[in-house]
Write a protein that binds this ligand. Sequence first.
Ligand SMILES: Cc1cc2nc3c(=O)[nH]c(=O)nc-3n(C[C@H](O)[C@H](O)[C@H](O)COP(=O)(O)OP(=O)(O)OC[C@H]3O[C@@H](n4cnc5c(N)ncnc54)[C@H](O)[C@@H]3O)c2cc1C
Length: 188
Amino acid sequence: MYDIAIIGAGPAGASAAIFAAKSGLKTLVIDNDKGVTRRAWFENFYGIAEISGPDLVDRGIEQLKKFGAEYVADEATDAKAEGGAVTITTASGQTFEAKHLILATGFSAALAEKLGVNTKPGTEPRVATIIDVDAQGKTNIANVWAAGTVAGVSVHGIITAGDGAKVAINVISELKGARYVDHDVLKA
Ligand SMILES: Cc1cc2nc3c(=O)[nH]c(=O)nc-3n(C[C@H](O)[C@H](O)[C@H](O)COP(=O)(O)OP(=O)(O)OC[C@H]3O[C@@H](n4cnc5c(N)ncnc54)[C@H](O)[C@@H]3O)c2cc1C
């Protein structure tokens, strides 16, 4: 049983996974590498003068692995939320169980719709359908959250990454029973 399963390893999902794994929670990431970010070139990411989309995505995956998140290259084809746990099935026939699920599936709301999560029309250019979330990133289904483009935020790398971090911090806080902060301090 994972504490947090995340579908999608673009900026939103990878950023969520970095926070979740770094906090010590057992974290799973499932990704089929069909995101839009690999097609981008970034010159507006705070603190990074310029970076290609493929480099950004690859660095994010390296970083989430460094903190102990398990990365599975597969497509999540189905998910069910029952009895306080979420079961995820993949195209290769694997099944995984997690206490919490974060959907960070970019332009695709297909898995959310299979789960029965409430969706609505997107407001960003070319984003047809988004998941209906509250300010914390919670969906209408207990223990199922959403972050990034699929949760309706502005389609920019730094914003989707920040939204993934925000939602992960909210899940971590709920699991640990106290508001969670991840601050490393510069060594003198
Ligand atoms: C051509 C182009 C140029 C851009 N240029 C810029 C720019 O200059 N500056 C900027 O800030 N933004 C830019 N963007 C936008 C930016 O890439 C996105 O806003 C942002 O990175 C999206 O992040 P995300 O994590 O929400 O989605 P994505 O990066 O799309 O990640 C979603 C991930 O979920 C995976 N996934 C989906 N469904 C499943 C499933 N069922 N099972 C497993 N995995 C699944 C996908 O394969 C993907 O890896 C650009 C976008 C494009 C297309």
